[in-house]
Design a protein around this ligand. Structure first.
Ligand code: SAM
Length: 265
């Protein structure tokens, strides 16, 4: 670990220092020599130094240029180690696909973890699995079930694409500096075969967004702007329900119904 690096708040830097948590994460990932392993935000290499021993051809993506330099020097003896300097949000992850599905890992900067997840969902078909440290509250939202307080847009969109498994709770003391919030590691496995298929995923995402913009209203009210496309849905779904009571499958049913109605008119 780099001892003299001053953590930069703007880069969401909270470095892992708890060796027990680090080994739990490494064994949960189970890196293999021929994995297409990519770490987002390696920082001072708390995870990288373990991952690289098992998968020397791994790649990392780091925004902080000082740390990019540090990582280059630290792992100079690993000729197949690849460092990409830049913002994970701007990266086209299809470039990593070489016939092997991607395995993504990272203790993500909490300020941009949700946008990173949405960015990665776009290439979900190329991903084998993802292991991410996130705010505990975000992990709760990812895995929430209909009817619970934390169930919302993020739950529906992630569960549409992935199986969600919260695996390791992590307290603030496991980091330096310690964040103000609890953390947790989650495993996300994109569905090989989605349980529900939206005919138009953009429309599906718009329906989910609209529905959760005003979660206390009924579905009929939330989707007022699309009311001309809802005829015939009443028998299949209760439009007076609140959006948080609907399952992922229900949202797919609504989106597919609207899509079909639109294509018929
Ligand atoms: N993996 C290290 C660890 O566990 O100790 C560092 C984790 S720290 C929470 C987040 C890391 O992501 C930092 O190294 C930070 O510089 C990097 N980072 C922040 N924003 C980023 C971005 N947009 N793209 C890539 N890396 C980013």
């Amino acid at each position: 670990m780099k001892k003299d690096h001053q953590a930069r708040k703007r880069f969401g830097q909270n470095f892992l220092i708890d060796q027990q948590v680090i080994s739990q994460i490494i064994s949960a990932i189970g890196p293999k020599v021929d994995d297409n392993l990519i770490e987002i935000g390696p920082g001072t290499a708390a995870l990288t130094e373990h991952l690289i021993k098992r998968c020397p051809s791994m790649s990392v993506l780091e925004l902080d240029r000082d740390l990019v330099k540090f990582l280059g020097a630290k792992f100079a003896d690993y000729p197949d180690f690849k460092i990409h300097s830049g913002d994970a949000l701007d990266v086209d992850f299809t470039q990593f696909y070489d016939g092997r599905d991607l395995r993504l890992v990272g203790n993500l900067p909490y300020n941009i973890s949700t946008p990173i997840l949405f960015h990665l969902l776009q290439v979900g078909h190329l991903i084998k699995d993802m292991h991410f440290m996130l705010q505990r509250e975000v992990v709760d939202r990812l895995g929430a079930s209909p009817g619970s307080k934390t169930y919302g847009r993020l739950s529906v969109m992630i569960q549409y694409h992935c199986q969600v498994m919260p695996i390791i709770p992590v307290p603030p003391e496991s980091f330096r500096p310690a964040p103000k919030v609890q953390s947790a590691v989650v495993r996300l496995k994109p569905h090989r075969q989605k349980p529900f298929i939206a005919d138009n995923e953009i429309l599906f995402s718009q329906v989910v967004n609209l529905s959760f913009q005003q979660r206390r209203k009924t579905l009929r009210n939330c989707l007022k702007s699309l009311s001309h496309c809802l005829d015939g849905l009443e028998g299949r779904l209760d439009l007076s329900a609140r959006p948080e009571q609907l399952s992922v499958g229900d949202f797919v049913t609504i989106a597919n119904h609207i899509n079909q109605t639109m294509s018929e008119t």
